[in-house]
Write a protein that binds this ligand. Structure first.
Ligand code: EPU
Length: 426
């Protein structure tokens, strides 16, 4: 079978209603949390994207039964606690597998997780995760590329989780997961404030954990003896919502987004407003439209509540069409610019200077064959294809399918000309 790719004929104005899926980055650590729970966990609004399916596969190897129930629901229940080894074949596919570290250590006394390597968006160290596990009382060794953590009993403590680029999202998640079953109180200073961290804390509290301060840089976790299962709905995916907002703006269209939390996207909405995009909440929907010229802006990615790094590439595509020069600075992953060269193939005028890109607005982008490189860079190329003159072919779309559910169908339903095809003979 040939490699799938997207073919887009650009230029259509998008119009209509789209439902935003549940959040991938909230679903992943919440699924891993099932390792800690005594009873069954039922999750609603889980996006069926390949990262979720990879984590489900890993959890099954770790003795958790994962059943897809009705539409977008998962039932997870621990069947067997013998295996605590997350092997390289899955961890290398998906870095977020690291979020089984805290639960395995806290519940089973041992976690062996293959050390994640770098990835397309740059170095991705896990030193802060390990520092937290050590502070909670784990002994840590590196054995043949695996992190091996052991602890008979974890003990609550105070810890500072900041690194050179600020707070860590999955590091905070891992620490909350482990500290939930530790003896005593843990205080996490410089905790990540992202909505996905808040969703995990809310889930754990529904299971019987005692967590306060989530959504602020100081989270307090009082360890409990046991967590039960619960039924829980995952928050909407703010990054998918932001991507769809750009799709509306870049095609001079008008989209209504269902299941969209504007309070999770304040910084992004502020920047889109400065560009000239209109965003309003009407009843249960958020309407996004743009019909006038786009203004250039300056923007810097930051931890929440700042502008998310996961929307930097998509915003860059929009700014390619602004009337003047924009400046984008990446403060979370300074090398996250693989989309720059591919956008250049479509006529974008971009100049990279260290962690900053100067975007010189052009009149139009021009369709071309391009290569997806990581999840969000791929989304930026889809957006470019939607507004480009002519045909764009986006190869290696498996990157996109890691985090966007049926994006081609969703875009087609609001008027885009996008098709999933298979390359012959490759
Ligand atoms: N960092 C360290 N040491 C650590 C951990 C992180 O120095 O031990 C650094 C990172 O290198 C980076 C910064 O801290 O410079 C922030 O990284 P963070 O740990 O917050 O990233 P993450 O938790 O591994 C999650 C999302 C990413 C998103 C980032 C930042 C998931 C599954 N992944 O990653 O999402 O970009 O937070 O918001 O939640 C995506 O969905 O496309 C994606 C990459």
């Amino acid at each position: 079978m040939g490699q799938p790719y997207f073919e887009i004929n650009g230029g259509n104005r998008l119009k209509g209603s789209v439902r935003v899926s549940g959040s991938k980055n909230a679903a992943l650590p919440i699924m891993a949390a099932a390792i800690l729970c005594e009873g069954e966990v039922i999750l609603h609004d889980v996006p069926y994207v390949s990262d979720v399916l990879s984590l489900a596969e890993l959890l099954m190897k770790l003795g958790v039964d994962v059943e897809r129930r009705s539409d977008h629901s998962l039932r997870l229940v621990v069947r067997d606690e013998m295996n605590s080894h997350a092997e390289y074949d899955i961890v290398r596919k998906m870095r977020a597998s690291i979020c089984v570290l805290g639960p395995l250590l806290a519940k089973r006394g041992k976690a062996q997780v293959s050390m994640p390597g770098g990835c397309a968006i740059g170095d991705r160290p896990v030193n802060l995760h390990l520092r937290a596990m050590e502070r909670l009382g784990a002994d840590i060794e590196l054995v043949s590329g695996d992190i091996v953590c052991k602890a008979k009993k974890l003990r609550g403590c105070e810890m500072f989780l900041g690194g050179p680029f600020g707070s860590t999202v999955l590091g905070t998640a891992n620490t909350m997961l482990a500290a939930s079953l530790a003896e005593g109180v843990s205080v996490i200073e410089m905790a990540a404030c992202e909505p996905e961290v808040v969703d995990l804390a809310n889930f754990l509290n529904t299971c019987g954990a005692s967590i306060t301060g989530h959504g602020t840089p100081r989270i307090i976790v009082e360890g409990v003896r046991e967590l039960k299962g619960c039924e829980y709905r995952i928050i909407p995916d703010r990054i998918e919502a932001g991507t769809l907002m750009v799709a509306a703006a870049i095609t001079n269209g008008e989209l209504k987004l269902e299941n969209c939390r504007l309070d999770h996207l304040m910084a992004f909405v502020d920047r889109l407003g400065a560009v000239g995009v209109q965003i309003e909440r009407k009843d249960d929907e958020v309407s996004v439209s743009s019909s006038r010229r786009l203004e250039p802006i300056e923007v810097t990615t930051q931890p929440f509540p700042g502008m998310p790094t996961d929307l930097q590439a998509q915003l860059m595509t929009l700014l390619c069409l602004a009337d003047g020069n924009s400046v984008i600075t990446e403060k979370i992953f300074p090398d996250r610019f693989l989309h720059v060269a591919e956008l250049g193939r479509m006529g974008a005028q971009l100049r990279k200077e260290g962690p900053t890109v100067i975007v010189q607005g052009v009149k139009r982008l021009i369709g071309a064959p391009v290569m997806a490189s990581d999840l969000r860079a791929s989304a930026a190329l889809v957006l470019a294809g939607l507004c480009a003159r002519g045909t764009t072919q986006i190869h290696r779309i498996y990157h996109l399918e890691r985090g966007y559910e049926r994006i081609d169908e969703k875009l087609r339903s609001v008027g885009a000309e996008i098709e999933r095809k298979e390359a012959e003979g490759s």
